[in-house]
Design a protein around this ligand. Sequence first.
Ligand code: DGJ
Length: 746
Amino acid sequence: MSISFHENSKEFHLYNDEISYIIKILRNGQPGHVYYGRRLHDREDFGYLVEYARRDMAPYPYEGESKFTLEHLRQEYPTYGSGDTRYPAFELERADGSRVADFKYKSHNIFKGKKTLEGLPATYVETDDEADTLELVLEDEILQTQIILSYTIYEELPVLTKNVRFVCENTEGVTLLNCMSGCLDLPDRNYEMTELAGSWIRERHVHTRKLNYGIQSVYSMRGCSSHQFNPFIMLRRENTDEFSGEALGFSLVYSGDFLAQVEVDTYDVTRVVLGIHPNEFRWELKDGESFQTPEMVMVYSDKGSNGMSQVFHKLYRTRLARGKWRDKERPVLINNWEATYFDFDEEKILNIAGRAKELGIELFVLDDGWFGKRNTDNCSLGDWYPNLEKLPGGIKGLAQKIENMGMKFGLWFEPEMTNKDSDLFRAHPDWLLADIRRNYCHSRNQYVLDFSKQEVVDYIYAQMRKILKEAPVSYIKWDMNRAFSEVFSNGNDKVYQGKVRHKYILGVYSLYERLIQEFPDILFESCASGGARFDPGMLYYAPQAWTSDNTDAVDRIKIQYGTSFAYPLSSMGSHVSASPNHQARRSTSLDMRANVAYFGTFGYELDITKLPEEELKVMKRQIEFMKKHRALIQKGTFYRLQSPFESNSSAWMVVSEDGVEALMAYFRITQPANGKFERIYLKGLEPSAEYHVCEQFGAEMDYGDFCGDELMYAGVSVSDSSAGLAGVAWNQQGDNFSRLFYINKN
Ligand code: DGJ
């Protein structure tokens, strides 16, 4: 891995064994983009890759030199006011209203390692040998402002990260109107764009469209990364599949409003930008102040989209997630939400916990409803003291009892919200993130607290800290159950309003950071009405996230499959819940529910005190199974084998880090009558090694020994052996059927 600077050609070449990224300082001083893709050998001058061409009507900065026009030159951080009439990567406004800018290369700095971003989540290195960083310093002398473009290339991964810092040295100040975290101009438009789109209980479904002229984008203006879109896109060639061909992944390490936009101009140049959504963003910088953008992560894969995902998994699992729980096996938990909702008391909770302990569950999580007078969702958010009618010994008493049973105790909070019926709201109505002089929207009977204000963050911190100091809490589920609607910071001026949305998320990050530093043993799980904040920003603080409020096994296949495009299994909270399922009203077998939930951080979320003995016996075995295999699942390499978005059946597998064992799950939604023959081709095995294959649960079949090449190239049969005749074979299961194969090297 290296970053070379060629003085004569003014080119920077960032490369490792897999990728190259090349920048050239153009003759007007702006950094131009030359190349991003598979590794190229280094050479003094790649200037021939920059295409200077005259195009009629295109503006050009040098009189008589119409071939030098920014209208179609590929650039690193394009600006308004240079002749480029495409969407710029940033916009600055001077005190007199001028938005024209001309940032030129001033200096650069190349160093080993990677800097942290103050107040923001970001990928990191453990030793400086793991990555090299280039900082390009650009300056606009008239604006007296600098832009520092930062690029880090990882040694062992085809990963390049970008971020931008603006530094104002202008006595009049400047105002940032837009500041993307990075830009990539690609030389053609022959890509398909994949995005993860959905809604509550239908998060991160995979959608793909062919790039076309103009803008295509995904975004959030909801204050959280959202159920609707995810701060991730993939561009892939038309012939790219899961395992071969080019796939370019783009991800933003941010949890607030974002924009991921692809613009194709009519010369077929494709411009990708990711960053904070410019809607309502207006950041005034005074002399001496600076602004730091979030980080954009780019993954290059020539091993298909699954290859891209595996890189994201490794990076996000090992160099974004932090703390004690990053590498530790996650506890099998039980959460009382779908078991009791708000209707519980200590006795009920202890009954569930007692039964859970007998089954081998390690962590009991008390969800919503334990504080203030919260028996419905219309009160008490913000009043983080225990409801002594429900829990006479408070959280301390309950947590202690659960610890005494030999289990750990976890607790739900929703720190960023309040209800009108709460002590907090009665004392501080102006703490709402809403224009309180007007009507403002309701959502789940709750309102967003203004986390841009330090005093609000401090108040919530003090309440949470008190509980965490006095009770043995080992896990926190941090929820966020409504989107922003009318954002206004009461008592603050106009200049402040342009900063509120970003300051809010900085406030959330700062509270997380304080708690993590003070309580490093606590495992955090982020959540936002299920998966509305399943983003890389959150993973920096909470190594796992509640994937969706939809716990139905069939729906979860799509949700978890889509989530796996950017996020590792170790981050996906997945629970076995009741059948019929509470969201989808669908019935599925206990096997099927567990076979989906194993592929994540496993737990249960149903009233186990009401289940028949035989189901409890199965659960006990499931828990033993998960404990035995969780290291493989959490740290192994994940392969998507068959897409649930494309057919009635789907499959995925995970291979352990050392390649010694693997688990493959197959799911079939509707029972075909007299169905076709079907095979799943495994991945990631050694062709010449011998493996033993057996089927878990349901079938309990031992299939014997096979070589890796047989399993990968000839495949594993998952055909329905009875061709639709009822009662003939074990695998004649009807709809919503699953199979789980354990494969281990002899
Ligand atoms: C939404 C979460 O996603 C659920 O799991 C649960 O915690 C509820 N909120 C509680 O209000």
